[in-house]
Design a protein around this ligand. Structure first.
Ligand SMILES: [Zn+2]
Length: 215
């Protein structure tokens, strides 16, 4: 069992990457794979992404984070700082920009807000993994209508490791998997915070959205 909620999967793969265990003669060690992290709003997706990247950074691996441009800001944001090592979040226009901007010696790439990228993102992740890069991609797996969001289903399919994280449903205290939009509007790409979305469990999501119940 490689995946559990304590992050054991993460430690296992770091062991493989850092320690380079003895392998059968003639077989190259695996270096380059895809990890997908999905969940609702306020489920800690980005925190989980950052946690993994921080650990790689501490191990002195070359790390970078990419985010899609979803508003008018275009800038670099410092995400992590440890012993003068910094991870910058680079805002890109499209998934293919990640290929252009990823440094040649990059070892680990984080991709946040993956749901806002186009369907081209899974292919980009596969190209990066083919370059022996550890790819960690995090995003909202369901939109506010409870439908699979953008490239997330394909990312879950091609990833070697899939982690679902959850918020807590304020109605019942059960794990929240859905993002309920509180405000009006049918814009799919509404970027919002606590005033716009409420994480809910399946039961309470469909209770508040009876028009979305599948029959
Ligand atoms: Zn609930």
């Amino acid at each position: 069992m490689l995946i559990d909620e304590t992050g054991r999967m993460d430690e296992e793969i770091e062991y493989l990457q850092v320690k380079k265990p003895k392998i059968m003669e003639g077989i190259q060690p695996q270096k380059g794979w895809i990890e997908a992290i999905g969940g609702s709003m306020f489920s800690g997706k980005t925190e989980e992404l950052i946690r993994r990247l921080k650990r790689a950074n501490i191990a002195k691996q070359k790390v970078e984070i990419f985010k899609p441009r979803i508003d008018n800001r275009y800038h670099e944001t410092k995400i992590v700082s440890h012993d003068n090592n910094e991870i910058f979040s680079v805002v890109v226009e499209s998934a293919s920009d990640i290929l252009l901007l990823a440094p040649k010696d990059l070892e680990v790439v984080g991709i946040d807000e993956a749901q806002f990228f186009t369907e081209g993102l899974p292919e980009v992740c596969e190209i990066l993994a083919g370059r022996k890069i550890r790819v960690i991609v995090a995003g909202l797996d369901l939109d506010y209508l409870g439908k699979p969001f953008g490239p997330m289903p394909a990312l879950f399919a091609i990833a070697e490791f899939v982690t679902k994280v959850h918020a807590i449903c304020p109605e019942c205290g059960y794990l929240a998997s859905h993002s309920h939009r509180i405000t009006e509007g049918d814009e799919l790409f509404l970027v919002g915070g606590k005033d716009e979305y409420l994480p809910l469990c399946r039961l309470h999501f469909y209770e508040k959205n009876p028009h979305l119940v599948k029959k």
